[in-house]
Design a protein around this ligand. Structure first.
Ligand SMILES: Nc1ncnc2c1ncn2[C@@H]1O[C@H](COP(=O)(O)OP(=O)(O)OP(=O)(O)O)[C@@H](O)[C@H]1O
Length: 241
């Protein structure tokens, strides 16, 4: 099957070279400790930084397509929820569309339960509400590939699950998704996991295999416990401060 995304990433010194593919309808969880390179990788795949990466979506080179076509191919959601402009939520969502489509904006506001907040300036929303509004903007033009940097991090448990359900529906229509997250309990919702460590792709595995792999044990200093996760015994914990 021809991949939806085909990329050779080269973003030294923060990322080592890696070759990546995403199939249509595939959902990838991107995990790794703080500073391992998740944001850098998503930005490289989105063609944001001026690096030597080569990214093809549906066979089209990201560096060659005009901006309007690019918006149809991919959307990138940054991890920051910081929006300083007092723009109404409705208008923020509309910014995700190449052509005006008020019906689509209404549909997304309803889907993300933002209709009552539609006229409120986005800088006067809670962080989680703002996260939902920014996600709505990313989804607006129905891009083929979604690159989402920690979209669940400010959401309450119900909204994290609703968002995953929403993404399941979008993936079932053929959209590819790569999503950075820290909540390891959610990786079972994804088809594959890319695990980064110090800028290197150290595993590309289905979730169950990843969790059982020696790479997981060595990269994350945690292990499953009755309370969720527990720190693994390690030299730095054994020594007194
Ligand atoms: N603008 C920058 N210039 C130089 N180094 C940077 C810059 N931004 C990030 N870095 C470094 O690149 C490395 C990867 O950062 P990146 O933000 O991609 O990590 P991450 O996995 O997304 O981390 P987190 O889980 O904390 O969000 C880190 O060591 C970071 O300090």
């Amino acid at each position: 099957m021809t991949p939806l995304l085909s990329a050779e990433v080269a973003a030294p010194p923060r990322l080592q070279a890696m070759r990546l593919e995403i199939l249509a309808g595939e959902k990838i969880a991107l995990i790794g400790p703080n500073g391992s390179g998740k944001t850098t990788l998503l930005r490289a795949l989105a063609g944001i930084d001026d690096d030597a990466s080569s990214v093809y979506i549906q066979g089209e080179s990201l560096t060659l397509v005009p901006p309007a076509r690019r918006a149809k191919l991919l959307a990138f959601l940054p991890a920051s929820r910081d929006v300083r402009w007092p723009i109404p939520v409705r208008d923020v969502v509309a910014l995700g569309l190449a052509k005006p489509d008020p019906a689509r904006v209404d549909q997304l506001l309803k889907r993300l339960r933002l209709t009552d907040l539609a006229e409120r300036p986005i800088d006067r929303l809670s962080t989680g509400e703002r996260a939902r509004a920014l996600l709505a903007r990313a989804l607006a033009d129905r891009p083929r590939l979604l690159l989402l940097d920690e979209p669940l991090s400010n959401l309450d448990p119900a909204w994290a699950l609703r968002t995953l359900d929403l993404l399941d529906g979008i993936a079932s229509e053929g959209c590819g998704i790569a999503l950075a997250l820290h909540d390891l309990s959610l990786i079972g919702r994804f088809d594959r996991v890319w695990m980064l460590d110090h800028g290197r792709l150290v595993a590309d595995l289905p979730p169950a295999k990843l969790l059982a792999s020696p790479e997981f044990a060595s990269v994350f200093e945690v292990e499953p416990a009755s309370t969720g996760w527990a720190l693994r015994p390690s030299a730095d914990r054994r020594s007194s401060p």
